[in-house]
Design a protein around this ligand. Structure first.
Ligand code: HEM
Length: 447
């Protein structure tokens, strides 16, 4: 039974030593969805560590908007810092403003327009790699597409190719390791278990590949018009150039934060379109009108309205960043409850998106809920977080996913092979373990 203490309810079912480890590893979504029934602030246990899950949109907004009080911290952020270095996603408030300023130019509208050309080219390669009637495992295909695209916007030099391949190979083990290390008791994550060794090996290989690419760029003195060249030229507020460690951390952060989240969003979008063939056909009508058989480009975006709403609704049902943490830097007050300093808080876009009080009919896939004029509860749609720490790549991701989805749907019809819903794997992102789909070619003259 749940017990209540000073505005914070203790979630039932914690076991000695491991706390809520088993439900968090076995069925984290069901576990999270049950928490709002115990209260607005619910304490769970990750091994010996305690964390308070914030279960109402307006309270999550308070946490996100007061980033000085609710600073980055908690087990997930510590593991991200350990895996990637002290980059934008995990740095404390004290370093954040400066770091964000040095990366922001790489996400300007003008840059996005240039990246869109790379996206269009990469989607072309993806869609022409399929053949009519073939069954494909979609997740690795989307992963390859997203990693190829993001890596090419970070480093375009041909010589960086091997590093891109190494990082692509290593990231899945890094993602799995970060989540497992965050929920496992610290002692278990230090033992030489196969999963721990795989994580360490992957992290070290990716780390070395990125270091090598930075040294190579420094030596050849050329500007390649990519994010790494931009960071090498960036000066901080005091006019000093960024050091290798900081550049390294930012590149690893962008790779880790950007690739899997966007790949997973696209995979879930196709899964939902298979589940709702009527929406798939409506989307095909839109893409036929706007694109015919050509690949979508930046200039098409304003007319790809349904594609954008399909992606938006996918991010509501399956938000890739599903569990995120903060730590109180000072004593805080939330929902009239005093939260002591150094308390770990969790916010979960998944939990908020699936609470019927804030998103009616939460399990039903309805892109039309995002038509103009529809009413929404403030703060009840947070796939990219919010406040100063909101995702820096939100427009990048929406552009890439909209271009990719409309291009492939224009030319291919997707259907499920297995009618069982895919099992959700609890990793740093909310990922389907396997999604097999049959692809049927609609136009036999691809451009
Ligand atoms: C559908 C795709 C994506 C989703 C759902 C997503 C989600 C998120 C979320 C929820 C946060 C906030 C984390 C927090 O509050 O602790 C975040 C931060 C961040 N994201 Fe994304 N992201 C996506 C794509 C990308 C892309 C494409 C990039 C870069 C290429 C990126 C880079 C980052 C970075 C650097 C941060 C840290 C920002 C800061 O603290 O200032 N993300 N993302």
């Amino acid at each position: 039974m749940a017990t209540k203490r000073e505005g914070i309810t203790q979630a039932p079912g914690a076991l000695p030593i491991v706390g809520h480890l088993f439900p968090l590893l076995r069925d984290p979504l069901r576990f999270l969805n049950a928490l709002p029934s115990y209260g607005d602030l619910v304490q769970i246990r990750l091994g010996p560590q305690r964390a308070v899950v914030v279960c109402r949109p307006e309270l999550v907004q308070q946490v996100l908007l007061h980033d000085r009080i609710y600073d980055k911290g908690g087990p997930l952020i510590e593991r991200i810092g350990n895996a990637l270095g002290n980059g934008l996603a995990s740095c404390p408030h004290s370093a954040h403003r400066r770091q964000r300023r040095s990366l922001q130019p790489a996400f300007s509208r003008a840059c996005l327009r240039e990246y869109a050309a790379i996206m269009t080219e990469q989607i072309g390669t993806l869609k022409t790699s399929w053949s009519d009637g073939r069954v494909i495992d979609l997740a690795p295909q989307m992963y390859n597409f997203a990693s190829g695209t993001i890596a090419r916007t970070l480093f375009t030099a041909d010589a960086a190719g091997p590093a891109v391949e190494t990082v692509k190979e290593c990231l899945p083990d890094i993602f799995r390791g970060i989540y497992q290390h965050a929920v496992l008791p610290p002692l278990l994550s230090r033992l030489p278990l196969p999963a721990n060794l795989r994580y360490e090996r992957a992290r070290n290989r990716a780390w070395a590949a990125v270091s090598k690419t930075i040294s190579m760029y420094r030596q050849d003195h050329e500007t390649h018009g990519d994010v790494l060249s931009m960071l090498l030229k960036t000066h901080d507020d005091e006019g000093g150039a960024l050091g290798d460690a900081e550049i390294h951390a930012q590149i690893m952060t962008l790779l880790v934060a950007g690739i899997e989240s966007t790949a997973v969003a696209l995979t879930w979008a196709v899964h939902l379109l298979c589940q709702y063939p009527d929406v798939q056909e409506r989307l095909r009508t839109e893409t036929a009108e706007v694109l015919g058989t050509r690949n979508a480009t930046w200039d098409d975006l304003p007319r790809l309205d349904l594609a954008r709403r399909v992606i938006t609704e996918t991010l509501r049902i399956y938000p890739p960043g599903w569990i995120l943490t903060r730590t109180t830097a000072t004593e805080a007050r939330l929902a009239d409850t005093v939260i002591p300093p150094e308390t770990t808080l969790i916010y979960s876009p998944y939990l908020i998106h699936h609470d019927a009080r804030f998103n009616p009919r939460p399990s039903s896939f309805d892109p039309d809920r995002w038509l103009p004029g529809q009413q929404h509860v403030r703060g009840a749609f947070i796939p990219f977080g919010g406040g100063a720490r909101k995702c820096i790549g939100d427009n990048y991701a929406m552009t890439m996913a909209t271009l990719a989805l409309s291009t492939i749907v224009a030319q291919w019809r997707f259907s499920h092979v297995d009618h069982q819903p895919p099992h959700v794997e609890p990793r740093m992102t909310l990922s389907p373990d396997k999604l097999q789909v049959r692809v049927e070619c609609l136009d036999r003259t691809p451009d």
